[in-house]
Design a protein around this ligand. Structure first.
Ligand code: SAJ
Length: 442
């Protein structure tokens, strides 16, 4: 192990190391808070001056319910352990820098690395010798070698493993559980050398209780993208099984329950589609790593199945309207639920977005309701008044408690489409509503 890495490890163990965090979003900010809470001095860098100002005032810019985050943030800011800035030069004396910027995919399903490249080249211009740089953003296999390392080495310097150390430790956070996931979930510490990976374990052990597994960078890149591609493929199987059940007169909920009694089976939950900031994107990041795209059939096919689900829900709505002699173009549809996940206000890549666009393009009038999304809040069942169909796209608790008989009185046409298995079918029918749902014969 090089002397500079030895020195870095002891600075980390003594908590004398200065940490830098680039990107103070839903991953970077909790990371900065936990390292500051552990006793490190942390400098957070973000491009958004308003976000920086809010953080320096001790307030969290992250919406939604994040248990403990506001309290930790306020504490470490007032103790002077965490400062935020838009100025990269303040990272010049950082011993460890994590990069937590967005890594979206474009409409062509290819990674968009502009933010990552900018962060790396800006950091490279101020990075001090012997520092450790860790990318926490989710990236395609091969990105550390082909994008990150070259961007950091743009300036004439000794390069990774000589002049600075480089690793990849993908995050595993989830909205609503940012701090608890960070503290408790295991992480892969992928280093460009085994010694660097070991130094990463020493660092993350300061804040993480879960397993810290050493690996190389490619393994770390593969693990994170694979774990989410795996989830997407399994959701797609559940969705395709639901479509089959609809066609053969089955009930996917009964079928799923009985299949899952078989050892080693775990059919996931069919539904209105797959939203969020991770699952729709990470399979494409995994796929991009495979240079020979012909290798891949399952990952793209699963994405296609899941992306189709909102349109399948639309076909169920049209079927229900037709039973009452109505056409979509002249109907009013109440879309119930706009968040991508139950009891969340997060609307990123929401399947409801696709559904609303589809209905509006077809000429239907659309009203949206969501108890967690400010612009769509409203009384229930009043929000559906005058609609010809109420489509439940998210299993918010508030919908599970809905008085179906009252819903029937406010609808103009008594059609209910249940895209998240929110209701008991018989209860819906007893309320005098035409009921159609994912995975059940209509
Ligand atoms: N979904 C289904 N059926 C399922 C599970 C999910 O249709 O059986 C849909 C959800 O409705 C949602 C989307 O998929 O629209 C994603 O749901 P999710 O439960 O996977 O939640 P995410 O997107 O927040 O996933 C994140 C991921 N974490 C990271 O990327 C770090 C994922 O790997 C985790 O498994 C998940 O959180 C979690 O459950 O913690």
């Amino acid at each position: 192990m090089t002397d500079s890495l030895k020195r870095l490890r002891s600075k980390i163990e003594n908590r004398d190391a200065v940490l830098g965090v680039i990107g103070l979003g839903y991953v970077g900010l909790p990371v900065a808070c936990l390292f500051a809470e552990a006793g490190f001095r942390v400098v957070g860098v973000d491009l958004k001056a308003d976000r920086v100002a809010l953080i320096n005032a001790g307030h969290s810019p992250i919406e939604g319910n994040e248990p403990g985050l506001s309290e930790v943030l306020s504490k470490v800011v007032h103790e002077g352990r965490l400062t935020a800035t838009t100025d990269y030069s303040l990272l010049g004396d950082a011993d460890v820098i994590t990069i937590n910027v967005e890594t979206p995919v474009g409409n062509d399903h290819r990674p968009r690395y502009e933010a990552l490249r900018t962060a790396c080249s800006s950091l490279g211009s101020v990075l001090k010798p012997g520092a450790l740089v860790i990318v926490e953003s989710t990236i395609s296999p091969g990105t550390m070698a082909q994008v990150v390392r070259p961007a950091l080495e743009e300036l004439p310097r000794g390069g990774a493993d000589a002049d600075f150390f480089l690793g990849h430790c993908p995050e595993r956070v989830m909205p609503g559980k940012l701090l608890s996931n960070l503290r408790n979930l295991s992480r892969v510490c992928g280093g460009t050398t085994p010694e660097t990976a070991e130094a990463m374990v020493v660092l993350y052990r300061q804040i993480i209780r879960g397993d810290l597994d050493v690996a190389d960078c490619v393994t770390a890149e593969l693990v994170k993208t694979a774990e989410n591609a795996y989830r997407d493929v399994n959701i797609a199987f559940a969705n395709e099984l639901a479509l089959i059940c609809e066609n053969v007169g089955g009930d996917v909920w009964k079928v799923r329950e009985l299949v899952n009694k078989s050892p080693g089976r775990n059919v996931l939950v069919p539904g209105a589609g797959v939203g969020g900031h991770c699952i729709p994107k990470d399979p494409w990041l995994l796929a991009h790593g495979a240079s020979d795209e012909t290798l891949l059939q399952l990952v793209p096919a699963a994405r296609a199945v899941n992306d189709h689900m909102p349109l399948h829900v639309a076909s169920l709505v049209e079927k229900g309207l037709a039973r009452h002699g109505r056409r979509l173009a002249s109907s009013r549809i109440a879309v119930m639920g706009y968040a991508y996940l139950e009891n969340s206000d997060d609307t990123r890549n929401s399947p409801s977005d696709v559904l609303v666009d589809h209905f509006r393009t077809a000429g239907a009038e659309v009203v949206v309701h969501d108890p967690f999304v400010a612009e769509y809040r409203g009384n229930l069942p009043e929000a559906a008044r005058g609609a010809d169909a109420a489509v439940f796209m998210v299993a918010h608790d508030a919908y599970r408690q809905l008085d179906l008989a009252r819903l029937a009185t406010v609808l103009r046409t008594p059609v209910l489409v249940d895209a998240r298995h929110v209701f008991d079918e018989n209860a819906v029918r007893c309320a005098g509503l035409t009921c159609l749902g994912i995975g059940v014969s209509s």
